[in-house]
Write a protein that binds this ligand. Structure first.
Ligand code: NAP
Length: 638
């Protein structure tokens, strides 16, 4: 049963004002779920472009929106909202999903979508097949990292009562949200997507939460589910060897105080992340530079940009997020750009969640659920624009109708922003297809380029001198500080931990052909009971990253459950399953734009072998079909 409390202290006028702040189509579905009012079913939808055409929303006519709001007001004032309601059946949920968008809901879309709608307490909870078996004395799982991945793995293990410990090399939880505390760091995906679905109606202060709030959220989840008591901080897993006699992982933990701890564990879940190894460009003369050197992953909070001349190296998601704020405070900012990037508008970015909307989340039954689900489905269209349409190309198109349309609308956006400066437009307009690299959110970057105290530098960096940067055009940029927003070495999966599997193999020794590979991005043959989150080709093609972390945690913990229920030591993914999966993965890579459309050596999606190594290549629903439940037949028992 779903219980909802209604705040009865509001009068009709106040509630009428509040529902004006709702998204009418989402309000419609929330109301329909409670009332099954047939009038709410018969409302046509208009598909609207979001994020410059990367996403699509679904809206009601003004008249229908008015009807929905009036009905919602009456419903909220009637006291009906506080009634308990049974969980809708799958068929009912599916019908409502269809009503929300008018799109066909396939079995696969429904399977993932119902978990995004999150009407159940914890739909992605891993569970025993037939009650908890006895757990052998000393059985233990090591979870690596106390970021979102490690914490959700801990939540699953905690709920099942499986002994585990979380090891974190930093002194606090949060992972990438602990490390990246540069000014203006915030999610560039809606917080209604970038959240766990088993935590209901978290009171985000903004639609796109700032770094401190995301860190707070991860800490809150760790505390609320009791995972915090299992974390050992300042401790790095350096070395893990699978012991073929004991069938345990012998692990070596290095504490910050220099002490080393050796122990054996039954399984390892690595939540080490993909954005954990910062890239420091090796630029001539850097050691001679006398000014301040900052990297966005190790921001010095005492650094005051006031009165300083600053160079920002990098215009990826990080540089674009950071630069406008620095420009407001600094004396002068040089934005160094090696390659233009597609920087897109994002609705509600930096917008606070009003008290009216907060009230709706708290008091309108199912508004939060449909808001979350809507946030996910609206991003799905991005997957269309990542694929080649060969027919479209044969008829003279560049990539596909979706991608070419996105390119046109983002170009118009840039022209609108920088209309007064054709010289800047020529410099920032990419000559490759949007989405070939990660689409960046505009945090006022184009506006900042128009400031008197900002210069966009597109010449290369020849060298650092004592007082600045000499460009390849021979210009000397005199600066007091340089900020590296130069990205991460995403191909260093699992680094700096060395895993040694069966037969003494290391990951590096088996990843020599064309870079890292895994089965479903999660397991590698020869490395039994080792589950990697955010592994090779494991990034969703759109949408809800933390939802996928939940999915991976269910999968990994189902592996641990299988081991315990079968009374075996370990499971090892079968070589032929791994190979067949990767063959299919590669076949899909051919229909996607990533390997061909942007300079491969400047695109972290593509590894040094020219292979797209970050995203899974299947559509999200197809990947979900494979990863929703661990299939024991994919594994050898050892
Ligand atoms: P990035 O996208 O890899 O961008 C790195 C930037 O540094 C690029 O502009 C790159 O130029 C430049 N660069 C690297 N080496 C250079 C060199 N030697 N000389 C000159 N320029 C150099 O890295 P990022 O901006 O840190 O973003 C990485 C990922 O982190 C994002 O794609 C996203 O997934 C995540 N992120 C998320 C958020 C969020 O809001 N949630 C915020 C920040 C980052 P080229 O383009 O020429 O290579």
């Amino acid at each position: 049963m779903v219980t909802v409390e209604t705040n009865s202290t509001f009068d009709a006028q106040q509630v009428e004002d509040i529902v004006e702040h709702a998204r009418a189509n989402i309000l419609r579905m929330a109301l329909y779920q409670s009332t099954r009012d047939p009038e709410l079913k018969r409302m046509p939808l208009t598909k609207v472009s979001l994020r410059g055409g990367a996403f699509f929303g679904y809206e009601l006519s003004e008249e229908d929106a008015k009807t929905v709001r009036a009905k919602a007001r009456d419903f909220l004032m009637s006291g009906e909202a506080s009634k308990e309601r049974p969980l809708p059946t799958d068929a009912e949920q599916r019908e409502m999903m269809h009503l929300l968008t008018g799109e066909e809901i396939t079995d696969e879309l429904f399977a993932f979508g119902r978990e995004e709608l999150a009407l159940e307490d914890f739909s992605r909870k891993a569970d025993w097949t037939d009650g908890k078996p006895s757990i052998p004395e000393g059985f233990s799982v090591a979870v690596i990292g106390a970021g979102a991945s490690g914490i959700v793995a801990g939540v699953q293990l905690e709920q099942l009562g499986i002994p585990y410990e979380v090891f974190e090399r930093q002194s606090e939880a949060g992972g990438t949200w602990q490390l990246n505390h540069y000014p203006e760091a915030r999610v560039d995906t809606s917080s209604f997507l970038y959240q766990f679905k088993f935590v209901k109606n978290y009171p985000w202060p903004e639609y796109f939460a700032p770094q401190s709030e995301v860190k707070k959220y991860i800490e809150h989840v760790a505390r609320d589910f009791g995972v915090d008591k299992h974390i050992t901080f300042d401790t790095e897993l350096k070395h893990a060897v699978f012991n073929e006699q004991t069938k345990l992982w012998d692990i070596e933990l290095h504490h910050r105080d220099g002490s080393v701890d050796k122990r054996s564990v039954n399984a390892i879940i690595s939540g080490a992340g993909q954005f954990s190894t910062p890239r420091f460009p090796d630029i001539e003369g850097l050691s001679k530079f006398a000014g301040t050197k900052l990297h966005t992953t190790a921001w010095d909070d005492s650094f005051d940009p006031k009165g300083k001349r600053i160079a920002v190296i990098g215009n990826g998601s990080t540089g674009v997020q950071l630069m406008p704020g620095l420009a407001k405070a600094a004396d002068f900012v040089y934005q160094l750009q090696r390659t233009p990037q597609w920087v897109s508008p994002m609705e509600q970015y930096r917008e606070k969640i009003s008290t009216e909307v907060r009230w709706l989340f708290d008091n309108m039954p199912f508004y939060w659920n449909w808001y979350c689900y809507y946030s996910q489905v609206t991003t799905d269209a991005m997957q269309n624009a990542q694929e080649y349409d060969r027919e479209w190309q044969a008829n003279g198109g560049s990539i596909s109708e979706a991608n070419d349309g996105l390119k046109q609308s983002l170009t118009t956006y840039i022209q609108d922003k920088l209309g007064s400066r054709p010289d800047l437009i020529a410099k920032v307009l990419p000559d490759y297809a949007p989405l070939a690299r990660r689409l960046i959110v505009d945090n006022g970057w184009y506006d900042a380029l128009l400031r008197d105290n900002v210069a966009l530098v597109t010449d290369g960096i020849a060298r650092f001198t004592e007082h600045g940067i000499e460009t390849t055009a021979g210009e000397l940029l005199e600066i007091d500080a340089v900020v590296f927003a130069a990205g991460f070495d995403v191909s260093k999966y699992l680094w700096p931990t060395e895993y040694v599997g069966r037969g003494g193999a290391t990951m590096e020794s088996i990843w020599t052909e064309d870079g890292p590979r895994a089965y479903l991005g999660l397991t590698v043959p020869g490395f039994p009971n080792l589950f990697i989150f955010y592994g090779p080709n494991a990034q969703p093609r759109s949408g809800a990253f933390l939802s996928w972390v939940e999915v991976w945690s269910r999968y990994a913990v189902q592996g641990v459950i299988h081991v315990l229920e079968q009374g075996i030591s370990a499971i090892d993914v079968r070589e032929e399953v791994f190979r067949e999966y990767n063959r299919e993965l590669d076949a899909h890579n051919d229909i996607l734009i990533w390997e061909n459309e942007a300079p491969a050596d400047k695109n972290y999606y593509v590894n040094s072998f020219g292979r797209q190594n970050v995203h899974w290549t299947f559509r999200n629903d197809e990947y979900f079909k494979r990863v929703a439940a661990l299939n024991p037949a994919d594994f050898d028992e050892i």
